[in-house]
Write a protein that binds this ligand. Structure first.
Ligand SMILES: [Mn+2]
Length: 308
């Protein structure tokens, strides 16, 4: 991650890649919302075909397509609510038994192993933004906050990692999570894990490693929490006033049911449907047409791989 090209990730004052990611405006972008331990969603995206019948992975390899993940690789959501309860009992028993937690960790670490493989293979055309679930140490600080929803996920994962993998792997993985950018700039769109809580200018984005509030402001925002006008200001600042008029800001984080949901004067587009494989396939140049460009991928073909 430290060797990302300067044109793609402008460097901070310590010469490390900053939080700002410039996508290639000359090629289309597939925006993939929260993975949440759905390995089959990654497979569905890579194997999805364009109008000519060419698979996304082949277009990626040919440099004719880029993939942008909106973060939250870890933690199965509602589909695994029962398993989380069983895993919680295992956690309380000090992981003397751990078959359910093993399943959760297989899926969470499995998804991120796929992310690492894709990043190594296609460093300039595959990107993953940090979400609030990229916090394996369950720490408070650096824009991170401990997490729990269906059980005590954050702490359960941290203790599991310490117990079965050890401190060294836990710490280096936590460093890896902090190396992800947090805002992507395309030709006619922006994207981040969550809605921008307030306006965040370029120089702050680039220095995100020492500005925890910048990380927080793009990874945690709940519906209704963003300052009015922040999305519009971001679009104008990063894309210019003219392009901003027809541009959108894409995000995941808060779930939607069925395709997409609009907020912030219809400029902020939420595409994370936990029960479906919804992605945005954004053209290079030209106008984004949400009803044409937000697509649902076939889930049935992957049914037997889905643990629910
Ligand atoms: Mn999230």
């Amino acid at each position: 991650m430290d060797s990302e090209a300067e044109e793609i990730r402008p460097r901070d004052r310590e010469d490390r890649p900053g939080g700002l990611l410039y996508l290639d405006p000359e090629i289309p972008t597939v925006v993939v919302p929260d993975l949440h331990a759905r390995m089959e969603l990654v497979l569905a995206v890579l194997s999805s075909k364009d109008e000519q019948g060419v698979a996304a992975v082949d277009r990626l390899a040919a440099g004719r397509l880029q993939l942008l993940c909106l973060g939250d690789g870890f933690h199965a959501e509602g589909r695994a609510a029962v398993r989380w309860q069983a895993a919680l009992e295992e956690f309380k028993g000090g992981y003397r038994k751990h078959i359910h937690m093993d399943e959760e960790m297989r899926e969470s670490l499995g998804v991120m192993e796929m992310v690492m493989a894709l990043k190594r293979q296609f460093p300039n055309h595959f990107h993953f933004l940090k979400g609030n679930h990229e916090n394996i140490a369950n720490e408070q600080g650096g824009g991170n906050y401990p997490f729990l929803k269906f059980a005590n996920e954050g702490l359960m994962v941290r203790i599991y990692m310490e117990h079965f993998y050890g401190e060294e792997i836990l710490n280096s993985y936590a460093e890896f999570e902090k190396s992800f950018p947090i805002l992507a700039v395309g030709g006619n769109f922006l994207a981040s894990h969550a809605e921008p809580a307030w306006f965040i200018p370029k120089h702050e984005l680039i220095e995100y490693r020492r500005l925890p509030q910048v990380v927080y402001g793009l990874t945690w925002t709940d519906n209704g929490e963003a300052e009015p006008g922040s999305v519009q200001q971001m679009l104008e600042h990063y894309l210019g006033p003219e392009a901003a008029m027809a541009a959108y800001h894409f995000g995941g984080h808060r779930p939607v049911h069925g395709s997409y949901n609009l907020r912030s004067d219809e400029r902020y587009v939420q595409i994370h449907d936990p029960d479906r494989y919804v992605v945005a396939v954004l053209p290079a140049g030209g106008q984004i047409d949400l009803d044409r460009d937000i697509r649902e991928l076939d889930r049935e073909a992957f049914r037997e791989l889905i643990d629910e």
